[in-house]
Each structure stands twice: as structure tokens, then as C-alpha cells.
Design a protein around this ligand. Structure first.
Ligand code: ADP
Length: 173
């Protein structure tokens, strides 16, 4: 296992990292799930800023401040809606992770936390999503010297166990 990678169970809005990643929608105007939780914890200034950003296409990432969050930054990315697997969903999910990690590098930050993008309302199968999340993160970290910590925040025990199993497959022991 890469020592920079951590898997925890909990609420991403509580993470003490430089940036948390939001599983947003293309409007960037907030929503349910983790998006709603992040907007509630950050306060109304977040919506003011994301309104000005003016949206984000699926697979891309946009940066805002974190306001009342412990994290200084929020990296908003828009995962694909699961449509059975034949609509380029795997690739779109992979580039969410890659673009968020590149945004973190551009910010010059060291620590970042991810939720399990697309696996809630957007219906992406969790196991498949976890493999993509970690595969993409491994590929990025193999060529990166700036990030010191990437946290995968699992919402619930089922996700936590699955992420641990996936980490063994992707990163080895
Ligand atoms: P999407 O629309 O991308 O599927 P959701 O917010 O519906 O986004 O779900 C994404 C993942 O975030 C799900 O696995 C869900 O269990 C998880 N989640 C929901 N709230 C939180 C939270 N506060 N912290 C971390 N993960 C969360």
C-alpha cells in the first residue's frame, strides 16, 4: 500500500485536509448527498462562488474556497450518471479523479480527500467505482512528488470494507 493513501469511514466535511473533493452536478449549484453536506458545512458563501463559476462539464473539475470547512479548498468535479456501462462512464469517472488530482497539484497543496464519486444518486456500482478511483490515484501518485496524503472517505461500513479490499488489489500489501 502506498503510504500516502488512507481509507477512512466518515463525513468528508470533517476532514482536516487542504482540499476536499465534491461530487457535484453540472450546475455547481448544490444538490443532495455529499454535495448538499458540503454546501451546508461550508456556508452560503460557497454557493455564491460556485454560481459565479457557472457550471462544470462531466469529468472536469473546478476549484472554490472552503469557507467554513476545515479544508481550505473544495475541488468540484462532476461524475457520470451510470447508464449501464456503455456510455463511457468508466473513462468519465477516471478523469474526474485525474482532473481533481491535477487541480490539487496546480494549487500546490499536499493533502486531499475524496468521496466515492457517482456511487450515490448517480448509481455507479461501488466496487467498479472504487477500482477506478484507486487505479487512477495510483497512476497519478506514481508520477507525483507534491501530494503527501490522499484520503478516501467511505460513507458507511460496507463502502469501507470494499475500499480496503480494492486497495489490496490495486496497491498490493
Ligand atoms: P453522486 O451524485 O455523484 O452519486 P452522491 O452524493 O449521491 O453523489 O453520492 C456519492 C457518494 O458520497 C455516495 O457513496 C454517498 O454514500 C457518499 N456520501 C454522502 N454523503 C457523504 C458525506 N457527508 N461524506 C462522505 N461521503 C458521503
Amino acid at each position: 500500500m502506498d503510504k500516502r493513501v488512507q481509507i477512512v469511514e466518515g463525513d468528508i466535511t470533517k476532514q482536516q485536509v487542504d482540499a476536499i473533493v465534491n461530487a457535484a452536478n453540472t450546475s455547481l449549484l448544490g444538490g443532495g448527498g455529499v454535495d448538499g453536506a458540503i454546501h451546508r458545512a461550508a456556508g452560503p458563501e460557497l454557493l455564491e462562488e460556485t454560481r459565479k463559476i457557472g457550471g462544470c462539464p462531466t469529468g472536469e473539475a473546478r476549484v472554490s474556497k472552503g469557507y467554513r470547512l476545515p479544508a481550505k479548498w473544495v475541488i468540484h468535479t462532476v461524475g457520470p450518471v451510470w447508464a449501464g456501462g456503455k456510455k463511457n462512464e468508466d473513462h468519465l469517472l477516471a478523469i474526474c479523479y485525474r482532473n481533481a488530482l491535477m487541480a490539487a497539484r496546480d494549487l500546490g497543496i499536499k493533502t486531499i480527500a475524496f468521496p466515492s464519486i457517482s456511487t450515490g444518486a448517480y448509481g455507479f456500482p461501488l466496487e467498479r467505482a472504487a477500482e477506478i478511483a484507486m487505479g487512477e490515484t495510483k497512476a497519478f501518485l506514481d508520477g507525483d512528488k507534491t501530494l503527501t496524503k490522499v484520503v478516501f472517505v467511505c460513507f458507511g461500513e460496507k463502502a469501507l470494507n470494499l475500499y480496503h479490499v480494492t486497495a489490496k488489489k490495486v496497491f498490493g500489501e
